[in-house]
Write a protein that binds this ligand. Structure first.
Ligand code: SF4
Ligand code: SF4
Length: 220
């Protein structure tokens, strides 16, 4: 199931701000916003904030708006890049970039790059890093890939029932702690980088940003 945006949408973008998995998108000049049915987790936050009641759950959509189900799906078929996961060489370069930054800052961290489904591509643990940091880095990266947002944005939601139940059901692989950022190609999430081991979460985040510079320099 997924939520659907209909042509009642006035394009004010309010729903984008509340979506925890960043699955609401549009393009310049498009008449409305659209929800990616493959990513939506049915949390209903967008429906609550929409000022014009333009959003419906697909199973409850009024007959006159039923065509919007295909309109939303078709938008993502057209605009999602056909992108594979981060190639290993790029992922490994990202791990090294995170390590290099950590070393300069006097830190010891583990960096993990995962694919869109959260499976590891490259994981590197620096000498003197706490062993448990490997699990933490992977869990953070999985979380950023699953929610399509930097995990720092999930920290304020950590006590919400919907997130707590996901943390329990995923046995530690969902970790709303700062230190992971999704890797995006167009409107497609192709993976995530997670870092753990620094004494402060902000330092883990800075290591992630250092890793992402590998992509900016065109090796992805
Ligand atoms: S129901 Fe939740 S996950 Fe789905 S589009 Fe709305 S805010 Fe996003
Ligand atoms: S909140 Fe409603 S009107 Fe605003 S962009 Fe989202 S669907 Fe459109």
């Amino acid at each position: 199931m997924a939520y659907i945006i209909t042509n009642l949408c006035t394009n004010d973008g309010a729903c984008v701000e509340v979506c925890p998995v960043a699955c609401i998108h549009t393009t310049p000049g498009a008449p409305q916003f659209y929800i990616d049915p493959e990513v939506c987790i049915d949390c209903e936050q967008c429906e609550i904030v929409c000022p014009v009641d333009a959003i419906f759950k697909d199973v409850d959509i009024p007959a006159e708006h039923a065509a919007s189900i295909e309109v939303n799906a078709a938008f993502f078929r057209k605009h999602k890049a056909i992108a594979g996961p981060v190639p290993f060489d790029t992922a490994w370069a990202m791990v090294h970039a995170a390590h290099d930054y950590a070393q300069i800052m006097g830190l010891a961290v583990t960096a993990a790059v995962v694919d869109e489904a959260g499976f590891p591509i490259a994981v590197g643990r620096m000498d003197k890093t706490e062993p448990r940091s490997a699990e933490l880095a992977l869990s953070k990266a999985c979380t950023a890939a699953a929610f399509h947002v930097a995990t720092a944005e999930l920290v304020p939601e950590a006590r919400e029932p919907w997130l707590r139940s996901l943390m329990v059901s995923h046995r530690g692989r969902i970790l709303p702690a700062a230190g992971a950022i999704p890797i995006i190609n167009g409107v497609t999430i192709v993976g995530a980088i997670g870092v753990a081991g620094a004494s402060r979460p902000e330092q883990d985040v800075l290591c992630c940003r250092a890793a992402l510079t590998v992509l900016e320099h065109g090796s992805h």
